[in-house]
Design a protein around this ligand. Structure first.
Ligand code: ZN
Length: 299
């Protein structure tokens, strides 16, 4: 079986073709332009693959959002987005028309969760959260072995977190101000402290890391209680802050107190760094393609 994958990002698209063992046979990365031009480039990539004898039997798409995931006429369309021209763009129709193969689509973070499940830090788990903390905070989840969505995909970056007493930063979220993403994204760190974390002096970096750990733990606490994950896997640039993850774990233990008293919440593996880095999303699109081909959930 030949599987196709598309990681649709706000700044770049990655298209790839792999065999059933995950060996990459072809891939191409290009900047995200207008929707018509970008989708034409995607279709052209897979048509070239077909001409070369490696046409995909199914395609998985992990995309930026918000995106309509419900079955029906709007399935696969980008919803209200500040990205010019993209609102209403159909990510699935042009591919289906050109290639006539099964297509599965999910969010970029659910795709990354699937990648971590297949090859990374979430192998063997059925219910876990994948979170990326960078420009924003996005999170995907597998619940009972299935990527989680309902009325729409979860937007876990926008849960509420209590303001820390020593912090008067107003928050960056255009919708909520001081939500989780508004307070704890990499952009929020840079705005609060005046420069990106990697450019801060040692003393400021220590304070920034401590505060970031408290906010991350507060956000994760919400998700621990709402979704009951077996693990929280964190990717994105912020996890490289020295000492951050151990501080998150310590704070999370404080915040859950002794309730419900699970030893797992205190274990080092419970909050862990993503295993695949930038490859999680692309790898996950191939899992989505498998799901499209077989009609089965992965777990
Ligand atoms: Zn928000």
């Amino acid at each position: 079986m030949i599987l196709g994958g598309i990681e649709a990002g706000g700044t770049k698209f990655l298209c790839l073709v792999a065999d059933g063992d995950g060996v990459i046979l072809a891939q191409e990365r290009f900047p995200t332009r207008g929707p018509d031009e970008t989708m034409a480039g995607v279709v052209a990539f897979f048509l070239r693959a077909r001409d070369g004898g490696i046409g995909p039997d199914a395609i998985g798409i992990g995309t930026f959002g918000p995106v309509e995931l419900r079955a029906g006429a709007g399935h696969g369309r980008i919803m209200a987005t500040p990205k010019p021209g993209w609102e209403g763009t159909d990510l699935v129709g042009p591919l289906r028309d050109a290639l006539d193969v099964p297509i599965a689509l999910d969010t970029d973070v659910n795709a990354a969760a699937l990648g971590e499940w297949r090859l990374g830090a979430a192998r063997g788990l059925h219910t876990f959260i994948y979170m990326t903390v960078g420009t924003g905070i996005g999170a995907g989840a597998l619940v009972g072995g299935r990527p989680m969505h309902g009325l729409v995909h979860p937007e876990m970056g926008h849960v509420s977190v209590p303001r820390e007493p020593d912090d008067d930063f107003p928050g960056l979220c255009p919708f909520h101000g001081a939500c989780f993403e508004g307070m704890a994204s990499g952009s929020a760190v840079a705005a609060r402290w005046g420069s990106p974390a990697e450019e801060l002096d040692a003393a400021t970096l220590a304070r920034a890391t401590d505060l970031e750990a408290r906010y991350l733990a507060a956000g994760i606490r919400n998700l621990v209680y709402a979704i009951a994950p077996e693990r929280v896997v964190i990717g994105g640039g912020i996890v490289n802050l020295p000492g951050l993850l151990p501080a998150v774990r310590r704070r999370l233990i404080e915040l859950v107190g002794s309730y419900p008293g699970l030893p797992e919440h205190g274990q080092e593996a419970f909050v862990t760094m993503a295993g695949l880095g930038q490859d999680a999303g692309p790898r996950g699109t191939l899992v989505l393609a498998e799901m499209a081909a077989t009609g089965a959930a992965p777990g």
